[in-house]
Design a protein around this ligand. Structure first.
Ligand code: HEM
Ligand code: NAG
Ligand code: NAG
Length: 363
């Protein structure tokens, strides 16, 4: 285990060393041409600053809103189209845009069409590949959220040559076994899945229940904090229901949605302790998320000739994270699930219970 993870990090280090060798990396920045306001350590990254400006002005609005959230979601849905056992998929290859006619019809990709279309426009305007634009937009979208890690960005993905088959994106109503098996097939451990799910701290659902669009997964969807990992651990409301929602356990917070998969992963013995470990350690959450995103962003890709343009990614605003129980909740409302370690004691936000506000459309 220790050796395997050491080996894995060596592979990543080598990939980054190789990537940074492509092009001339200066110790000092040089002015980017064409009246650009940007300076780059690596002049080969200058064109990516132009793409950054276009994205921030026209797609992401430099805000941790709906578009930045969607930009992170499409990273996952594009890249996870990869299998070790069935040998399909280019992974993070932009196939979700290149073969949008096919992939955007898959049920799991419901609602991705808007960001896919916007990113296609930007990529076409700048002559960039769809795989690269998705990864750039995802990293910039994350950076637009205070408290987020500054993700890296490698450029050089060739355009996809085939669509991913249906069924590679986990469904929120699948059992944990099915979800973990799919992630394992793509090369991700249960711990890495939990780390990736930090993304649901900057997230909302439009399509799970179309009558309540923009319903967030935590009470602070506009920042990258650890509230998602706390609020999924609150005792919920059980709906008897029929059909796929049978026995669904909803969030007890008014205005918040809890995916059945997040409910189950927060309580499964394979994932609960890692889930809980992020509650009071934002640094750890960000490090693990960042590592898992590095891996996701080059899934199925040969990075040998990639160019490291991480310098293009904006520095996220920092955030003083104070992990807390939402107003009106006490520790008695927590349903701990990690057998090894007690759930940390948390303060309660002052005041009466509040309603979680939807993420505004078009933000
Ligand atoms: C078990 C795996 C996962 C499941 C079942 C899942 C499921 C979902 C669902 C159902 C939605 C709501 C979509 C809608 O109705 O609009 C959603 C939103 C989202 N997901 Fe996941 N997800 C998973 C993993 C991930 C991962 C690994 C990432 C990123 C690395 C991610 C990022 C997001 C983001 C950012 C949103 C919010 C999109 C928005 O607000 O527009 N998810 N997810
Ligand atoms: C990717 O495909 C698009 C659309 O066909 C094209 O405009 C673009 O030049 C291609 N990019 C690369 C890097 O192959
Ligand atoms: C939080 O995680 C970091 C690793 O990212 C670790 O060094 C630190 O000791 C942890 N802090 C606590 C209070 O557990």
């Amino acid at each position: 285990m220790a050796f395997k993870s050491l080996l894995a990090s060596l592979v990543v280090v080598v990939a980054f060393l190789q990537a940074s060798q492509a092009g001339v990396v200066n110790k000092r920045k040089t002015q980017c041409p064409g009246g650009s306001v940007h300076q780059a350590f690596n002049p080969a990254c200058c064109t990516w600053f132009d793409v950054l400006d276009d994205l921030q002005t026209n797609v992401l609005f430099s805000t941790c809103g709906e578009a930045s959230h969607s930009a992170l979601r499409i990273v996952f849905h594009d890249a996870i189209g990869f299998s070790r056992t069935q040998k399909f998929g280019g992974g993070a290859d932009g196939s979700i845009i290149m073969f949008g006619d096919t992939e955007l019809e898959f049920a799991a990709n419901n609602g991705i069409d808007e960001i896919a279309g916007d990113l296609k426009t930007v990529a076409d305007a700048h002559g960039k590949s769809y795989g690269d634009i998705i990864q750039l937009a995802g990293a910039v979208g994350v950076a637009n959220c205070a408290g987020a890690p500054r993700l890296s960005f490698l450029a050089g993905r060739p355009n996809a040559t085939a669509p991913a088959p249906d069924g590679t994106v986990p469904d929120p109503f699948q059992p944990v076994d099915t979800i973990l098996a799919r992630m394992h097939d793509a090369g991700f451990s249960p711990d890495e899945l939990v780390a990736l799910l930090a993304s649901h701290t900057m997230a909302a659902a439009d399509k799970v229940d179309v009558t309540i669009p923009g319903t967030p997964f935590d009470s602070t969807a506009n920042v990258f904090d650890s509230q998602f990992f706390i609020e999924t651990q609150l005792k919920g409301l059980t709906f008897p229901g029929t059909g796929p929602n049978q026995g669904e356990v909803a969030s007890p917070l008014v205005g918040e949605m809890r995916l059945q998969s997040d409910f189950a992963l927060a309580r499964d013995h394979r994932t609960a302790c890692t889930w809980q470990s992020f509650v009071t350690n934002h640094t750890l959450m960000n490090q693990r998320f960042s590592d898992a995103m590095d891996k996701l962003s080059v899934l199925g890709q040969n990075t040998r000739h990639f160019l490291d343009c991480s310098e293009v990614i904006p520095h996220p605003h920092s955030l003083k994270v104070i992990p807390h129980l939402p107003a009106g909740k006490t520790m008695a409302d927590i349903e701990p699930a990690c057998a090894a370690t007690p759930f940390p004691d948390l303060p309660t936000a002052p005041g009466p219970a509040t309603t979680v506000k939807p993420v505004p459309p078009g933000s």
